[in-house]
Design a protein around this ligand. Structure first.
Ligand code: CTP
Ligand code: MG
Length: 228
């Protein structure tokens, strides 16, 4: 088998509000992008990594990756230009990995994801599950609202999960779901729209997505603790 990790890293990071695209923002001295890549390499279950970076920062990404971008590296890392939406960035990564048998799709913004979570997703995939995603129980009550802010529903929290990455797929399933050209906010959503079953396994709090300034402060504090 050949497990290829696709890393969407081409977003602007509007909600974070830093001066550079989010994946290049340093956390404890290293850009989020290299932290996420080092987690994938440390998992020991990934054969190749394809990063989708902002088109104008491809060269910068290769410099940051250093030896990891060397074709002789045990887990070679390639960089391709991403697109306007996350879906476009993932699609560019899929196209760059025609020999993959399994895909992991993993946000660069989940920079502190433990290698053990990555290994658990791949173990579930290689044991035959075609689509697997990590998820955590929701701690807030979730409500749907209409455009005036009037509540239209309160789903039972016990059946809800907040979904993380890496999301794992048998490669042909993800290729087919992307070829069908549907829309969703995550890759598993595309696969569900395609009619396939997706399995949720326990996620990890450290796989949180760095989205807001508060998340960045949390990540920097956690990394400082980890490295002392
Ligand atoms: N992403 C991407 N291409 C895009 C948009 C997002 O590769 N056109 C990536 C981001 O770089 C990030 C991941 O998808 O690693 C998750 O997206 P998100 O957290 O929303 O990041 P941004 O889109 O950069 O942030 P924002 O929505 O606040 O602008
Ligand atoms: Mg976004």
């Amino acid at each position: 088998s050949r497990v290829v990790a696709l890393v969407p890293a081409a977003g602007r990071g509007v909600r974070l509000g830093e001066s550079m695209p989010k994946a290049f923002v340093p956390v404890g001295g290293c850009p989020m992008l290299t932290l996420a890549i080092d987690g994938l390499i440390a998992s020991g279950v990934v054969d190749h990594i394809v990063i989708a970076a902002p088109a104008e920062l491809i060269g910068e990404a290769r410099v940051l990756l250093g030896h990891r971008a060397d074709p002789a590296c045990p887990v070679p890392v390639s960089v391709v230009p991403g697109g306007a939406e996350r879906t476009d960035s993932v699609r560019a990564g899929i196209a760059a990995a025609p020999r993959a048998t399994h895909f992991l799709v993993h946000d660069a913004a989940r920079a502190l994801t433990p290698p053990s979570l990555i290994a658990r997703v791949v173990a579930e995939l290689t044991s035959g599950c075609p689509a697997v995603v990590p998820g955590l129980p929701v701690t807030d009550t979730i409500k749907s609202v209409d455009s005036d802010g009037t509540v239209t529903g309160t789903p039972d929290r016990a059946v809800l999960r907040a979904i993380q990455t890496p999301q794992g797929f048998h490669a042909d399933l993800l290729r087919a779901a992307y070829a069908a050209g549907m829309r969703a906010t995550d890759d598993a959503g595309l696969v569900e729209a395609f009619g396939a079953q997706v399995r949720v396994i326990p996620g990890d709090p450290m796989a949180f997505k760095i989205t807001t300034p508060l998340d960045l402060r949390l990540a920097r504090t956690l990394l400082a603790e980890r490295d002392t």
